[in-house]
Design a protein. Sequence first.
Length: 390
Amino acid sequence: MNAKEAADKIRSYLDREEMLNFLFTLIETETVNPPGNEYLLHETILKSMRELGAEVEILSKDEKRPNYIGRIGSGEPSVAIISHMDVVPPGEGWTQHPFQPYEKDGKVYGRGALDNKGSLAASWAGIKALIKSGLKFKGTIYFCAVSDEEMGSTYGVEYLMERGFKPDYAIVPDSGTIDKAIIGEKGAAWFDLESYGKQSHGSTPELGINAIIKASKLIQNFEKFDFNLEYDKRFTPPTINVGMISGGNAPNIVASRCKVTLDVRYPVGITEEMILKRMIDEINALKMKDKDVDIRVGEVTTRHYPHIVENNSKLIEAFKDTAHEMGMPMSFETSAGITVAKIFNLNGIPAIAHSPDSDMAWHISDEFVKIDNLEKCAVLWATVIYEIVK
């Protein structure tokens, strides 16, 4: 049976109403991170996994932050599809209550409708349709609902890795768009620049050295900063974001100190060491023009290394072939964002990220997801999984 035939059969067993009921229950349960409280979904997730006939394992670093792994089948290879239960705070500007989901014009609205509870419901519905279809497979399917994605995954996928959860492949329905799958993510390095000056009275700034002004000379062109480094051209160039700046003690005192915190996103082919050296070179060039500049580079406080799944991966081939057979346009690109796909890839597990999004509705007020896209993804993901484990 080819991918199109498998997809058609899975689609015929997909229960749209059941998927939406599950999604509504997920949204209605407030799992805002922080603090998360994903345990509030315990009975809902257990019920969903029992309906798949899954053998359930619960791994928790904190009893209020559980991770659910539902195993279906046995043997090799194994494929996991992983969605997270936590959501970001609702914020302001909602037309209706963010945790009272509703359907309108073919969309479901509510916090988490897209990120990531819609994907959780779609992956569950797709796997359930695959099981009901009677299609036989030899490998293992893991249907996973995890905690703490929105705040770094310390209690989520990072903990699963520590406990030895190692599927052969992973699908992370939490990035990209309906027609774009993410096969690589940039790295991220957060570090401080410390600028030092000389304090004096605000009425006589010429007697001091303003650390804020000296720092501004360095960062003023960071929007267009050229690292001048070679890198994997499947990625966009590295970028710098000046995320925070602080300095000085009072308006009438020349600032003797200033701290600038940077977020540098960088592709495969570039390392942290290259970034820091390039920054030091830029500081030294500024010192040649201004002898009063005293700016020092701090240690990297947050790091995420870049990754990419190579084109010969069985996972990419299955994804590409299935999308083509289903008539779904699909490009395979890289991203500057960070998902748990990175954690899997850096642990030697090829992982692709994909999403039902087509309107960039992540984290917005009146967050929504298109129901048709949920259905397409449910069939796509289930078929890709089947193509790998059959």
